[in-house]
Design a protein. Structure first.
Length: 196
């Protein structure tokens, strides 16, 4: 038995028992129905920190996805059934009941088969979680590279556009004929006399 995976599976089982599929926030349509229109706008504007477990439980979602992937594999139905029997009941089912429900045999042989099956489940969940994490890390790395390429291209494009716009403005300023070159001095004019 792998202790870390046992703890993760117990957490997943508690999550399933609570019946919280992913988060506890109401939908916008439900809010409209509840308030019979737009809700009152009180308090501070903007997003708020989700409190008291209102947000999605990412760990339990990942374990659920890993178990679903395991169940789709060869011999995965038994491992999925074992996970549900072992971790989703409160109070926990006795080992003898789980052995009977899984049709693993009777007596000592059934308990040994059960222990081997739990070990297989833990190894499969660990491998699937590591594979899912590896895919996520690769996706994040690729997204960062793509973002860096986009930022570099946008900066280059902005520099070219800025230079072109500056040249255009400079050319237009010169073509109007009312500007002197830099450093030129205006011709002196005779003083104007006021005859009163």
């Amino acid at each position: 038995m792998i202790e870390a995976i046992e703890a993760v599976l117990k957490h997943w089982g508690e999550f399933v028992r609570c019946g919280a599929p992913s988060g506890g926030l109401g939908s916008p349509a439900g809010t409209l129905v509840e308030w019979k229109g737009c809700p009152p706008r009180t308090g501070a504007a903007g997003s708020r920190m989700l409190l008291a477990g209102a947000g999605p439980d990412v760990l339990a979602d990942e374990v659920g996805a890993a178990l679903a992937a395991i169940e789709r594999g060869e011999g995965g139905e038994v491992l999925g059934t074992l996970a549900r029997l072992r971790y989703t009941y409160e109070p926990a089912l006795a080992k003898a009941v789980q052995v009977r429900d899984l049709n693993l045999g009777h007596g000592e042989a059934g308990l040994k088969a059960y222990t081997r099956l739990v070990q297989r489940l833990h190894q499969a969940v660990q491998a699937e979680l590591q594979a899912r994490n590896g895919r996520t890390v690769n996706q994040q790395r690729e997204a960062k590279r793509a973002g860096d390429r986009m930022r570099k291209a946008s900066l280059q494009q902005a520099a070219k556009a800025h230079a072109a716009r500056g040249a255009e403005l400079h050319k237009r300023d010169r073509s109007s004929g009312d500007s002197a070159p830099v450093g030129a001095v205006a011709p002196r004019q005779a003083p104007v006399r006021n005859n009163r």
